[in-house]
Design a protein. Structure first.
Lengths: 167, 668
């Protein structure tokens, strides 16, 4: 059988996304946006560019690397790597996936606002588990960028202003 | 020109087998099952090949649904002792095991000092451990990317130990530690994608755990929740059972102030455990009814409502569909699910994924990820049920808290419609009374084709940029409803109504945020009214609202916790035209939504009462206390036009009627 081929216009890498290793079974304490900001080390507007899933001592973690478009607060280089539990594991006799409810799903080229806490080795966790993750939908110079996760999307620049102000 | 399409759906009552019912992933995690016959897909220049895969329920296989758990006793946090922890684990297991219509079974086999394997995703030992991590409590499940054909003698995890055995009969065809080495071995055979083979629950010891709900975070309530995830269940969107019961299911995503209530399972929790693990779905074995053990067949305890959610011809995924059962004076939000089925393009084969590559790829047309908008709701047999749908739009919870369905809906912009109810015989895109008034089920086994068509509405809201809402951060000083009679009014410019009406849109309802409470207080708005009024100078010279006419009043309105609570104007067909004429002829009039509450206690910040907040724009919000005048609210932060984080959002919803009734040119 000949493999079907998709010819996609544009950069192919931009279309990749994580398998929703998503859903970490996590019961959360609801954290206010003020507290999220104040308890984070870094706030960024960023774009997902690559991901790696590793299994160490049986623990499966996915490292997603983002190019930073804008630092809202904190110190950072041009990229930041975020660690989330779970992911797809291949290379053994049977491929499998580890899931936990509520883990953010990062698509390649997804633009997000992230409130992050530095963990170890320069890696970062999302503050408040998934609560410090705000997906951005919409693109283009003239398009209104919106941050979801609220009753109504808000323009990105307004959301970013709020975060800077809260800091 | 506006197109007016009426779609008619016929309700058919038929009996379906439970086997079919298990196929819908609405309230389960989603696993990966490569689509039958799907061809590999290459992207030129890339070293990996993809294949289409269905997102299927992630559940324990029937052969493995007796789950043995071990507690890792290597670390017990200060304040707890081992006996307490073990007792709480067993109590939480008992809560799930007591479900008479679910065959899944949790067994606690004891404590062992096994710190090296806590968290291990594929060691075939289900562990409960205290481990420091970024979070409070977590349940991690490992599942096969299927179909997985396990062959006798196979070492699945490459640890030198054989994990698959050849069953020598049906009695032996179950997951068990057949070689006595402490982990689970699997009978050979085919396992579907999404079949869970390992689950671990981890608890962060830095949390202030307690076995007493009054003294800290209640360990039992939290692990009962986590063991729900261990089934494969995702969070519930029910944020409040009714207008007189502000509790939530155990599978609600957030900690509850009333922790003890989460120790007991609600009908929502029980129904989904039973739906995915139905007693009576087999004639023999674990899934067969053991009457002497108190089992009740799923088919006897529950019936199923089936349907789809559409917007035009487009299936909608991730819509929260809720069954409401009327029990005398109380309408209870009883069981909910998320609509739809989706699929992914997943890396094919079993080879490792090259470094840096994501494990799946988006469809060139993102809508291709949607298979359908189907839902199934198991509801208690013999009740009268109405249902409604609402979008997972951030109120009360964000789409990321739930499943891949709600996440997909978010990325596609699908979860942005106003809440509406099912209206039998008139479930169309043009509903003028989109309230959940139709009983879709009344003691029959299955109600099928309960198909929602999203109402074609436009929304006018009191300001355009509502920010992230956060109920946990409301300063007491901004609780605007207190003891005595309080009326809050939000003004909408007359032109907002006129502009909608001349385009052929009828005002059919309003949505109000935040009406909610956080537990402990019964939310009670005695009235929600639509009025016309004008601003006049009061005796002190300050502006106040003079009410011109009341167009409709809803009594005893329900306030859901943190939700956009909808109120439908039942008489809209009568009042829209005269309302237009009145507003159009008198430029001094505007439209107001009035919300009245009686004797709501002012509580502290953590347990506030009916927290209607404002501070959006000076000149739009008014308040009357104790029957006095409606005078302007001037919040401290009202100078901030964004006023991020603290606001009362009110929306007016307009339903598309058809061809514009009056051309703009004819207006004065």
């Amino acid at each position: 059988m000949n493999p079907r081929k998709f010819f996609v216009v544009g950069a192919l890498a931009l279309t990749f996304l994580t398998t929703p290793s998503s859903s970490s079974a996590e019961m959360l304490r609801r954290i206010s946006i003020d507290t999220l900001v104040m308890s984070s080390d870094l706030g960024v507007i960023a774009r997902a560019v690559s991901a790696d899933t590793t299994m160490t001592d049986g623990q499966v973690m996915t490292h997603t690397t983002f190019i930073i478009d804008e630092v809202l607060f904190g110190d950072s280089g041009a990229m930041v790597t975020v660690v989330t539990p779970g992911g797809v594991v291949r290379g053994g006799p049977i491929p499998f996936m580890v899931t936990t409810d509520g883990v953010p799903v990062f698509n390649a080229d997804d633009k997000v606002v992230l409130l992050l806490t530095e963990s170890s080795n320069g890696l970062h966790d999302i503050t408040g588990f998934s609560q410090g993750h705000f997906p951005i939908r919409g693109e283009g110079l003239n398009a209104e960028l919106v941050v979801e996760g609220s009753a109504n999307p808000v323009p990105l620049n307004r959301f970013a202003d709020m975060i800077r102000r809260l800091r | 020109m506006f197109k007016h399409v009426i779609q008619i759906f016929i309700i058919v009552i038929v009996l379906v087998s439970q086997a079919e019912a298990q196929g819908v992933a609405g309230r389960s995690f989603s696993g990966i099952q490569y689509t039958d016959g799907a061809e590999p897909i290459e992207f030129p220049g890339l070293p990996i090949v993809f294949q289409e895969a269905d997102r299927v329920p992630q559940l324990w296989d029937k052969r493995c649904a007796v789950l043995d758990y071990v507690f890792d006793s290597s670390f017990v946090p200060e304040g707890l002792d081992l006996d307490d922890v073990e007792a709480e684990i067993m109590a939480a297991f008992d809560a799930w095991n007591a479900n008479p219509s679910s065959f899944i079974q949790f067994n606690f086999v004891g404590s062992q000092n096994i710190p090296e394997t806590a968290f291990a995703a594929s060691n075939f030992v289900n562990e409960i451990s205290f481990v420091v991590f970024n979070g409070s409590a977590r349940s991690l499940s490992s599942s096969f990317i299927g179909p997985a054909d396990l062959i006798a003698g196979q070492d699945i995890d490459n640890d030198g130990d054989i994990d698959v055995f050849a069953p020598d009969g049906e009695d032996n065809n179950i997951c068990q530690d057949i070689d006595g080495d402490g982990d689970t071995d699997f009978p050979a055979g085919l396992y579907a994608g999404g079949a869970i083979f390992d689950n671990d629950v981890v608890l962060n010891p830095e949390v202030d755990w307690s076995v007493n709900p009054e003294d800290g975070i209640d360990l039992r309530a939290v692990i009962t929740h986590e063991f729900g995830h261990s089934h494969g269940l995702v969070h519930s969107y029910i944020n409040q059972f009714s207008d007189i019961d502000s509790e939530e299911p155990t599978m609600n995503p957030f900690f509850s102030p009333d922790q003890a209530s989460r120790r007991s399972l609600s009908e929502d929790d029980l129904a989904w455990s039973a739906y995915y693990y139905p007693e009576g779905s087999e004639n023999e074995g674990l899934a067969a009814v053991q009457a002497d053990e108190g089992d009740i067949a799923f088919d006897e305890a529950y019936d199923i409502i089936k349907g789809s959610v559409f917007q035009g011809d487009q299936p909608i995924v991730g819509a929260a569909v809720t069954a409401i059962i009327s029990d005398g004076a109380e309408e209870r939000r009883t069981v909910m699910t998320f609509s739809g089925k989706n699929k992914s393009l997943v890396v094919a084969g079993a080879e490792p994924i090259p470094q840096g590559f994501f494990s799946s790829i988006s469809f060139p047309n993102p809508l291709d990820a949607i298979v359908n908008g189907d839902f199934e709701l198991p509801v208690p047999a013999g009740s009268d049920v109405t249902i409604d749908i609402q979008s997972v739009d951030g109120t009360p919870y964000s789409p990321g808290r739930f499943s891949s369905l709600t996440g997909l809906a978010s990325s596609l912009g699908q979860n942005n419609f106003p809440e509406e109810g099912y209206v039998a015989g008139f479930e169309t895109a043009v509903e003028f009374a989109p309230d959940a008034t139709s009983i879709v089920y009344a003691g029959t086994p299955t109600a099928e084709d309960i198909d929602f068509v999203l109402n074609d509405v436009s929304v006018v809201q009191n300001f355009t940029a509502n920010p992230v809402q956060d109920l946990s951060n409301i300063p007491t000083s901004e609780v605007l409803v207190a003891a005595g009679t309080t009326t809050l009014a939000e003004r909408f410019d007359r032109q907002a109504f006129i502009d909608q009406f001349v385009q052929g849109r009828f005002l059919t309802g309003t949505n109000i945020l935040t009406t909610g409470t956080e537990q402990t207080v019964i939310p009670a708005f005695t009235e929600v009214s639509l009025v016309t009024g004008r601003l006049v100078p009061g005796s002190d010279g300050a502006e106040q609202v003079e009410i011109d006419r009341v167009w409709e009043t809803n009594l005893d309105a329900i306030g859901q916790s943190g939700d956009l609570t909808p109120y439908t104007f039942a008489s809209n067909l009568q009042f829209n035209l005269p309302l237009f004429i009145r507003l159009n002829n008198d430029p001094s009039l505007d439209l107001y939504v009035l919300i009245t509450a009686e004797d709501v206690p002012v509580l502290d910040q953590e347990t506030f009462g009916v927290a209607v907040q404002n501070g959006v724009m000076n000149g739009t919000a008014y308040r009357a206390v104790g029957g006095g005048s409606l005078t302007a609210l001037h919040m401290d932060d009202a100078e901030e036009p964004d006023n991020l984080g603290r606001s009362l959002l009110i929306q007016l919803t307009f339903t598309q009627f058809g061809t514009p009734l009056i051309a703009h040119d004819h207006l004065p």
